[in-house]
Design a protein around this ligand. Sequence first.
Ligand code: FAD
Length: 300
Amino acid sequence: MANASPNRWDRYYTPATVAEAIELLQQYDGQARVVGGGTDLLVETRRGLHRPAQAMVDVTNIGGLDTITSDDGHIVMGCGVTHSQIVTNALIIERGSCLAESCSVIGGPQVRNVGTLAGNVAHALPAGDGTIGLLALGGEIEVAGEGGSHWMPLQESFKGPGKSFIDRHRQILTRLRFTPTAEREGSAHHRVMRPQGLCLPIISMGVRVKLDDDDTISAVRISMGPVGPVPYLAETAMDVLVGGPATPEQFRQAAEVALNSVSLRASKYRASHEYREQMVRTFLPMILNRAVERAQGTGL
Ligand SMILES: Cc1cc2nc3c(=O)[nH]c(=O)nc-3n(C[C@H](O)[C@H](O)[C@H](O)COP(=O)(O)OP(=O)(O)OC[C@H]3O[C@@H](n4cnc5c(N)ncnc54)[C@H](O)[C@@H]3O)c2cc1C
């Protein structure tokens, strides 16, 4: 597709294999850009927020990468998998609830029907909702480039706000995966947003909890954003919870510890510092409780 505007792109490719996509990226030697659903990239490119690309390499038509599968103890999602596919997938709803919940709040139906989880992760915003959900689950991503492909922990891919260690001109995030929650495990996500908002959240949080037979917390992950330059894993709050009882008092303490470990921003249009603090105090205990109920088999 030819386009004369300097802020857009000259050619738009839809390769059918990863090898073909990598070959195109190599051919353009840093002047092409990987595109998923385009809900961020094409909108921003049209607005002139990115340098012009000679080519867009759309990876959503690559064979086999538009499905959700179970493989080797993981739930695996290809880079063409949209938020809508995740939200309606029975396995993810049951065994990765916080990911289904986090993808369900993204944009509106049109955005969810074309926007991908891979694009949400590769965009590397501090509070991408799907990213926060996958981070709580302990997600991993597969990155393919000239030298082959490798899996890496999701949290190691973030470099800064909107900056990723994935080179989006030369590499492709091909697949994402997480270990499904097992018996005595549950997860949950919650996002606070201005009622009229369709863009960035005030706070987005995800949790994954594992219980011992006596309901002691044996493992927990808590993800949050935006609370800094990259999606955040609240490790100090996680340390507080492990080995203790799954009680409201513990959850409240974890929220305080999480708040002490982050610097919440004040933003004129979205929320004051104090309001964000209050949202963490209110909703982090709530989702911990919801995840625990799911682990106990009593929650929805
Ligand atoms: C109206 C509207 C509302 C929105 N609401 C929300 C919201 O509530 N929460 C939220 O988190 N986001 C929201 N978004 C942002 C966006 O829709 C999501 O982040 C979406 O998941 C992006 O996925 P995509 O496939 O469209 O990515 P694209 O726009 O195609 O790409 C985004 C970035 O990732 C790179 N990229 C994409 N796929 C790959 C890949 N496989 N490998 C390497 N790099 C890749 C691109 O080069 C680009 O830098 C909204 C957007 C719009 C337009």
